[in-house]
Design a protein around this ligand. Structure first.
Ligand code: PMP
Length: 362
C-alpha cells in the first residue's frame, strides 16, 4: 500500500509506529492472553497501563506534583460545562478571550451557570484572523478564572504566548495544540483537551488541574462532573475509556522517543513553515486569511482564489493519497491539519501537489 497522508482535523493521524505496536499486542497484551479492550479496569494489568500513561504524560509535559491529571470522557465539549461547575467557586463572573468558534462555544455553555461571562478581548472585528494583544485586554481581577482557546482549530489561529492572569486562575482549552510544544504548566489553573488530535483515539479527555481549585463545585454538580471525586478515584470512579488511555500511553512513550516536546516543536515549526511558505509564494493562487504572527502550526486553513477549483483540488489531492483537506463546513476552502504525527514527508507531498495544481490551473 502506498502511503496515505491524512490531514484530518480530528480524529486525526496517529504515529504509525504506535499503530503497529497496538496491532502487535491487540490480541494478547504483554503475554496476558487478553486484549486491553477485554481487561477489567480494576485488574492489575490495566492499573499498570493507566499508571504508566499518567507517569509518562507527567514526564513529557513536566507537570508539577501539585497538579492532578484526569483521564475523563465526554470530550472538550463536556469541559465547557465541567470547568464552570468546578471553578466558579462563588465568583460572579468569568473572563473569556474570544478568538472564534471554540472560545465562543465555551463561553455560551458557561453562561448556563448563573454567572456573567465577560469578553476581555475579541478578534471578531477582523473576522478572527488574529489574537488581540494582551495589553488591551479589559480584565476583571475578581473573575473566577480567565479562559482562552490556545488554538482555534477551525480558524487556524494560535496563541504565540501564554496570557498573564495575575493570580486569577488561567484556564485553557488546549484540544488542538496539546503537546505540540513545551508548555509551562505552572502558569495554569487548568488545562483541558480531547485526545483525538495529538494524543490518541477519540473518547478520552485529559484534564490537568491545580489541586487547590478542587472541592468547591456548584450545588447540583453530578458526581461524574466533580474533579475532586475523579481525582480521588484516580479517574476510575466509573469505567474509564480503557483502550483510548492505553493508546495515549503508547503515544506519550513515542513522544519521549522523538526527543520530547522541544524536538517535536522544532519539527512542527519546520512543517508549518513549509506549508505557509507554499501558500504565500503562490502569487495569490492560495491564500491564508490568518495574520502571520498568529498562524497555527497545527491547523492550516487556506483558500483557492478561484472557488470553482475547490472540488478539483480535493479530487486531485485524493488521487495523490492526500486525504481530508476539505475545510470546515462553516468556513469553506481547505484546511490541512498537521499534528505531531504528520511526518514532514506528508507536508512535502502536499506542498508539491499544491505547486503542481497551481501550475496546471493557474
Ligand atoms: N475545542 C477545540 C479547540 C476543538 O478543536 C474541539 C473539537 N474539534 C472541541 C473543543 C470540541 O471537542 P470534543 O469534540 O472533544 O468535544
Amino acid at each position: 500500500m502506498s502511503p496515505v497522508f491524512n490531514f484530518s482535523a480530528g480524529p486525526a493521524v496517529l504515529p504509525r509506529e504506535v499503530l503497529l505496536e497496538v496491532q502487535g499486542e491487540l490480541l494478547s497484551w504483554h503475554g496476558s492472553g487478553m486484549s486491553v479492550m477485554e481487561m477489567s479496569h480494576r485488574g492489575k494489568e490495566f492499573m499498570q497501563i493507566a499508571a504508566e500513561a499518567e507517569e509518562d504524560l507527567r514526564a513529557v509535559m513536566g507537570i508539577p506534583a501539585n497538579y492532578k491529571v484526569l483521564f475523563l470522557q465526554g470530550g472538550a465539549t463536556t469541559q465547557f460545562a465541567m470547568v464552570p461547575m468546578n471553578l466558579i467557586r462563588g465568583h460572579a463572573s468569568i473572563d473569556f478571550v474570544d478568538t472564534g468558534h471554540w472560545s465562543k462555544l465555551a463561553m455560551k455553555e458557561a453562561r448556563k451557570f448563573g454567572v456573567s461571562t465577560h469578553v476581555v478581548a475579541s478578534a471578531e472585528d477582523r473576522g478572527y484572523c488574529y489574537v488581540p494583544a494582551q495589553d488591551g485586554w479589559q480584565r476583571d481581577p475578581q473573575a473566577a478564572y480567565l479562559h482562552y482557546t490556545s488554538n482555534e482549530t477551525l480558524g487556524g489561529v494560535e496563541f504565540p504566548f501564554i496570557p498573564d492572569s495575575d493570580g486569577v486562575p488561567l484556564v485553557c482549552d488546549m484540544s488542538s495544540n496539546f503537546l505540540s510544544r513545551p508548555t509551562d504548566v505552572s502558569r495554569f489553573g487548568l488545562i483541558y483537551g480531547g485526545a483525538q488530535k495529538n494524543i490518541g483515539p477519540a473518547g478520552l479527555t485529559i484534564v490537568i488541574v491545580r489541586e487547590d481549585l478542587l472541592g468547591q463545585t456548584v450545588s447540583g454538580t453530578p458526581t461524574m462532573f466533580d474533579y475532586k471525586i475523579q481525582a480521588e478515584g484516580d479517574s476510575m470512579y466509573n469505567t474509564p475509556p480503557t483502550f483510548a488511555i492505553y493508546v495515549a500511553g503508547l503515544v506519550f512513550k513515542w513522544m519521549q522517543r522523538q526527543g520530547g516536546l522541544k524536538a517535536i516543536e522544532q519539527r512542527n515549526i519546520e512543517k508549518a513553515a513549509l506549508l505557509y511558505e507554499t501558500i504565500d509564494t503562490s502569487n495569490g493562487f492560495y491564500h491564508c486569511p490568518v495574520e502571520k504572527a498568529y498562524r497555527s502550526r497545527m491547523n492550516v486553513p487556506f483558500k483557492l482564489a478561484e472557488e470553482r477549483l475547490d472540488e478539483d483540488f480535493i479530487k486531485e489531492a485524493r488521487a495523490r493519497n492526500l486525504l481530508q483537506l476539505k475545510g470546515h463546513r462553516s468556513t469553506g476552502g481547505m484546511r490541512a491539519s498537521i499534528y505531531n504525527a504528520m511526518p514532514l514527508e506528508g507536508v512535502k507531498a502536499l506542498t508539491a501537489f499544491m505547486q503542481d495544481f497551481a501550475r496546471h490551473h493557474g
